[in-house]
Design a protein around this ligand. Structure first.
Ligand code: FAQ
Length: 313
């Protein structure tokens, strides 16, 4: 049974949220709020780290020095985003080692989108434009969430993601001004990344077990379906502007709703991917486990150095 003190604290907490106040690490918070944030933030951090793999795959094959430098910087940014978000999760008392152990054992999820292969250079454009574009829509909302450290991390991350988004769009618009095979390559990449990008926003609201609580606590400011629709409405005109289309015959502006209608998402595919059965899940986990093992000596050396030089901490 809940004691009255906890009930009182929970009410006070909800009142603070309803007034739009920001919760800081030392403030009282319900245990469930803390747990939900750790779940979501750690999954977000893991996604940023795994998100380096599909693009990292193209650094050595970028078509020019300029493209290589930009892609390298982008991939480094994603590593930085992972680090900010792990740090923000630590303000809730989570231990980064535990979070990583959960991830490497397969217990913690990471974004479905990074379980798809990057087959051509145009995929770098599609990821920047669509995947970073979807991430921005989601993260701009999170930048106004109720937990201070997460919201503040999102502000900086969104600035960098905006840059990533523009570089992706620029890659595709350059290809769309090119030869027939280049235009076909751009269209093929967009065809493959469109539906998985829509899945990034999570299951439909009716099948989203965490949303009710997260919306009540203003961790989520909008539902999965609302953000997905916002992304579609914003992205379709951008595609039209450079002559790209999306592989959805039902995608059509609805004047009455003032939104684009769209076709049915393959939710079976989505649940397969988030449950470890996507095209690249095994490959991604194998790469992360190898990186963890290869980096062990660096961590041990850093710990030994820190133990010898306690004043440096
Ligand atoms: N992938 O009840 P809901 C990026 C899981 S960063 C995998 O609706 P929730 C940057 C969900 O965890 C991309 N799993 O869940 C970049 C839950 O499972 P659980 C990552 C998913 O939390 C760009 C279950 O399904 N961004 O792209 C997915 O209310 C380019 C039920 O779902 C974030 O993580 C999914 N797509 O809403 C990097 C943003 N969707 O934990 C490199 C923060 C749902 O109960 C290159 N997170 N699930 O076992 C969020 O906004 C939310 O957590 C959602 C899911 C919207 C992802």
């Amino acid at each position: 049974m809940k004691n009255t003190d906890t009930a009182g604290l929970e009410k006070e907490f909800q009142d603070r949220i309803d007034r739009g106040e920001i919760i800081e690490p030392k403030d009282w918070m319900p245990e469930r709020y803390r747990k939900q944030l750790i779940r979501m933030m750690s999954q977000h951090a893991h996604s940023e780290v795994v998100g380096m793999l599909p693009e990292g795959n193209w650094i050595t094959r970028a078509p020019s020095l300029r493209r290589k430098a930009v892609l390298l910087a982008k991939v480094q940014d994603e590593a930085g985003h992972g680090l900010y978000i792990y740090s923000a999760a630590e303000t809730l008392g989570a231990d980064r080692k535990d979070l990583l152990a959960e991830f490497l054992s397969g217990r913690a999820k990471y974004s479905s989108i990074f379980n798809y292969p990057t087959l051509t250079w145009a995929d770098m454009g599609a990821i920047g434009w669509l995947v970073d574009g979807a991430a921005i829509i989601n993260q701009t909302a999170l930048a106004k969430c109720s937990y201070g450290p997460y919201a503040r991390a999102m502000i900086r991350i969104c600035k960098e993601e905006n840059f990533h988004h523009k570089q992706g769009y620029e890659i595709l618009s350059t290809l769309m001004k090119g030869s027939l095979p280049q235009r076909a390559m751009a269209q093929d990449a967009v065809n493959r990344w469109w539906w998985p990008s829509l899945m990034m926003f999570g299951p439909q609201d009716a099948n989203s077990p965490n949303s009710e609580e997260l919306l009540r606590w203003k961790v989520k400011k909008y539902s999965n379906d609302e953000l997905r629709q916002r992304f579609i409405d914003r992205t379709v005109p951008q595609a039209e502007h450079i002559g790209l289309s999306f592989p959805d015959p039902l995608l059509k502006w609805n004047e009455k709703r003032r939104h684009y209608d769209f076709g049915k998402i393959n939710w079976e595919e989505f649940f397969n991917v988030i449950n470890g059965r996507g095209p690249c899940n095994r490959e991604r986990m194998k790469a992360r486990k190898k990186a963890d093992e290869d980096g062990l000596w660096v961590r041990l050396a850093a710990e030994a150095y820190a133990a010898k030089h306690p004043n440096l901490n």
